[in-house]
Design a protein around this ligand. Sequence first.
Ligand SMILES: [Zn+2]
Length: 529
Amino acid sequence: MSSVQLYDTTLRDGAQREGISFSVVDKLHITQKLDELGIHFIEGGWPGSNPKDVEFFDKARNITLTNSVLVAFGSTRRPNAEAEADVNLLALADAGVKVVTIVGKSSSLQVTQVLETTLDENLSMIADSIRYLKTKGLTVFFDAEHFFDGFKANSSYALRVLEVAAKAGASCLVMCDTNGGTLPDEIVNAVEAAKKLATVPLGIHAHNDGELAVADTLAAVNAGASQVQGTINGYGERCGNANLCSIIPALRLKMGIDCVTDEQLAKLTEVSHYISEVANLIPDTFLPYVGSSAFGHKAGLHVSGLAKWAESYQHIDPAQVGNKQRVLISELSGKKNIIYKAKEIGLDLPLRGKEAQKLLEQVKLLESRGFQYDNAEASFELLLRRAKPDYQPLFELVDFMVVVEKRRRLPTRESPEEMLSEAVVKVRVGTEVMHTAAEGNGPVNALDQALRKALLQFYPSLAQVRLVDYKVRILEESIGTSSQVRVLLESSDGVEEWRTVGSSTNIIEASWLALADSLGYCLLRQKAG
Ligand SMILES: [Zn+2]
């Protein structure tokens, strides 16, 4: 089996994505996660460009990596200057790493137009910088910036740059599609030309401006590149970098190329989610392989096919990348989805023929009233359980009342008036009826407080539950304030997260339904576990 070395630049190129700002601690955590995934090289940052990266490399000396080698990034020396006196190169030599990557220009136009120096001086800058870093005992990778654009405009110069870098001692020549607009066949042509004269391994670094970064990377590997640079979730400048979360499984599962072990591959989804959490970005549910929709099936026909043959509508087994199959419930669903879903949650429902049909009709009715179960699986599970003839609710809502009041405070206080909400609920638990009242900063909060107050005496574990997210959507917007309102609640007990839905023409009632489902679901899981 041929092999490819994985080079992650999430911490440098990935951090260029709009909205990302990693702290030093974030970067250290991500480094360890990438090590677990089995990434061969982790580019930690550019110590010559900012103090945060200097601090990162300083702290990184104290962490032990099992699979990965940490790499520092920088650029070649400035035109008409000494490599030995170049601040940026000195910072690389001081970063405490064994491998460094330096970027240099390989497009003749970029040299003359942007760098504003001669083609020969650019070659000297590359050679001097690599030689200097070699004298410091470092392994040097060379990033040939704008290589593919340069190859199109002046192929002999682009190739000359690679030759010079190899001769100066670079261990890998990384061809960069810096502007991200190259097509896969153009990548193949250029890599094949480079391969003919290369004396050292070749690498590929692609950007996603033409949405081709993954395709370009795989094409380059087929043409002979053996180092692949990319980022987790494809984070990066503009439209991003080549997404390692798509590249790794493609290499391993489809091209038979060795890069990570089966166990490491099975961590891919976890690593993807972890890094989006640290980046404070909502995980993209539609990402191939690792997104929660990647193996989510909605069409009834597909679900019916999957029940017969797991691979009928999936290109890989989701478990291989640590993901899982999901069956979505919606108005498009057939009876089979419901039977499948019941089985998936281990529910012993006698769902055959008519019963499943009846439940399906109920789902359709609720959906016509604004409930939607695609993203509220906890509410759906409760719906299924309520359909059982021996279903015993853990609590029942008798009624509730909410008062919202605007009160004038004493003028000495900072704020002259405040909004106050108070809720009164009546809940039946077994044979007892609890009557509680609570205040809150809003009506939903007051209801939540009052309901918990009633239930905590019976179920103390509910104290762990907190509401993570609360979304309101107005359906049929043209009707204005009398329109249907859907509330989606996300709750967590610190270990697990679940989503519930409520719908009504009244926002308080919609919230109440979603809230009651959330606490009901939590109790159900605890009872089952
Ligand atoms: Zn880049």
